[in-house]
Ligand binder design. Structure first.
Ligand code: NAI
Length: 457
């Protein structure tokens, strides 16, 4: 029985950082070293201001850092010392070349794998943590076996991560399941068992699922496709609600009470964002096309198309309501992160909304409690945006407020004060269904909510 005593994680991002910090937190007998090429990121992990915001992350890191949890750019040493290595690097959608716009860019996975092969002096268990296309483990094994020196063994496991940003620490401490795929050979099963033992330090064994490698790789893409599909389904229904007078929250509740459907992930919104859903579905679409399954590809592609439609539809509703023009008007955008409780803006619906507003030559006054100013300037290079320090500052003298992220604090604002300082009529567009429309209407607002007709006077 292999016992894991030393773990290295390549990639100190949203997944590698929290995931391996929790392993260190729960397994004091294991030394965990998280490495990255990005020196600024590693410096931040070693400082008081961690590079990512996640509720509960500071406590976990500050408790174990310097004891059995280390962050470094000394990749070679960490790889050499480790008996198990997580590869948790980014796998973005390819921007050019074959499969551009759909396929996952595996350049970082390959370079991390080659890095392991070139420095390894002992046998290793190598774990795909990144989300990758089905059968990537096979390529990793070939690279490792043909590029290493000596008689080393590399067992490849697939252990996709199911955490959601904003609840990462909770998801890692109490996962619904941990999935570990391995080649079904005696050595593969041994490696699978070794990783299962690590998780068994805090996860009950009935929640640790072991499968073959390809099922594990495909399950990650499938799980994200299912989740995104639910959002696109409810968003498609929200368009029907706006046209008919049905209320999307009531429809979601009525449907969700059916135990076969369930209530979770049925909140209509301006559209899903985040670094994963779109990327992973497009990856699935590409895989389906490559396998000559065009009908399957078209089915999943529609989930992404509907998401784009939802954002466009929301923008059109805003322009139409603001008397068919927003040129030279000012709009307060509350929320820039792709969801609450994170500072991550990757694929945030807010970015698309802002770009549309700016194209129409409106000025956008942005407020988000967690997103750094520099990040907003990276996401929006166009002129026409103002970053503000509070929702009150953002909404001063504007024509309309748009809720783009469901931050809890937006439910509790002093809307009477906000109303007084806005141009009239004062419009508010709730893209996240978090506001009390009746209350706002009583103050004097004209309220437009996704999935509802305008509040009738
Ligand atoms: P990220 O971009 O935040 O972090 C990846 C890190 O890997 C970067 O800091 C980068 O500098 C580093 N890196 C790249 N190549 C390297 C190399 N050769 N050596 C050392 N470091 C290297 O990405 P994130 O969000 O952590 O995602 C990682 C993977 O996990 C992706 O495949 C993603 O699809 C998957 N995933 C992401 C989730 C999320 O919520 N962000 C959830 C579940 C899976």
């Amino acid at each position: 029985m292999v016992q894991v005593k030393n773990i290295c994680c390549i990639g100190a991002g949203y997944v590698g950082g929290p995931t391996c910090a929790v392993i260190a937190y729960k397994c004091h007998h294991i030394k965990v070293t998280i490495v990255d090429l990005n020196t600024d990121r590693i410096a931040a992990w070693n400082s008081h201001q961690l590079p990512i915001y996640e509720p509960g992350l500071d406590e976990v890191v500050f408790e174990r850092r310097g004891k059995n949890l280390f962050f470094t750019t000394e990749i070679e040493d960490a790889v050499n010392e480790a008996d198990l290595i997580f590869v948790s690097v980014n796998t973005p959608t390819k921007k050019s070349g074959m499969g551009a716009g759909f396929a996952a860019d595996l350049v970082y996975v390959e370079s991390a794998t080659r890095g392991i092969a070139s420095v390894a002096k002992s046998s290793k268990i190598v774990v795909e943590k990144s989300t990758v296309p089905c059968r990537t483990a096979e390529s990793m094994r070939t690279i490792l076996e043909t590029n290493s020196t000596g008689n080393l063994r590399f067992d490849i496991l697939s252990n996709p991560e199911f955490l959601a940003e904003g609840t990462a620490i909770k998801d890692l401490l109490y996962p619904d399941r941990v999935l570990i795929g391995a080649l079904q050979t005696p050595e593969g099963r041994k490696a699978q068992q070794a990783l299962a033992e690590v998780y068994a330090n805090w996860v009950s064994t009935d929640r640790i699922i072991t499968t073959n490698l390809w099922s594990s790789e495909l399950s990650k893409l499938a799980a994200n496709a299912f989740l995104a599909q639910r959002i696109s389904s409810i968003n498609a229904l929200s368009a029907l609600c706006e046209a008919t007078g049905a209320d999307i929250d009531e429809v979601a509740y009525a449907c969700g009470r059916d135990a076969r459907i369930g209530p979770k992930f049925l909140k209509a919104s301006v559209g899903f964002g985040g670094s994963c859903f779109q990327k992973d579905i497009l990856n699935l679409v590409y895989l389906s096309e490559q396998l000559n399954l065009p009908e399957v590809a078209a089915y999943w592609k529609q989930v992404v198309d509907l998401n784009e439609y939802q954002k466009k539809r929301f923008v059109e509703r805003i322009i139409k309501t603001l008397f068919h023009t927003i040129t030279n008007k000012e709009i307060a955008l509350l929320g820039f992160a792709f969801k609450k409780d994170t500072g991550d803006t990757r694929e945030s619906a807010a970015i698309t909304l802002c770009k549309h507003f700016i194209q129409e030559r409106a000025t956008v006054r942005i407020y988000d409690p967690k997103v750094a100013d520099e990040q907003i300037f990276l996401d929006l290079t166009e002129p026409g945006i103002v970053i503000t320090r509070s929702p009150y500052d953002a909404s001063r003298n504007v024509d309309a407020i748009v809720i783009a992220t469901e931050w809890d604090e937006f439910k509790e604002l002093d809307y009477t004060r906000i109303y007084k300082n806005m141009k009239k009529p004062a419009f508010i567009f709730d893209g996240r269904l978090i506001l009390d429309a009746d209350k706002l209407q009583k103050i004097g607002f004209r309220v437009h909510t996704i999935g509802r007709k305008e509040n009738e006077k």
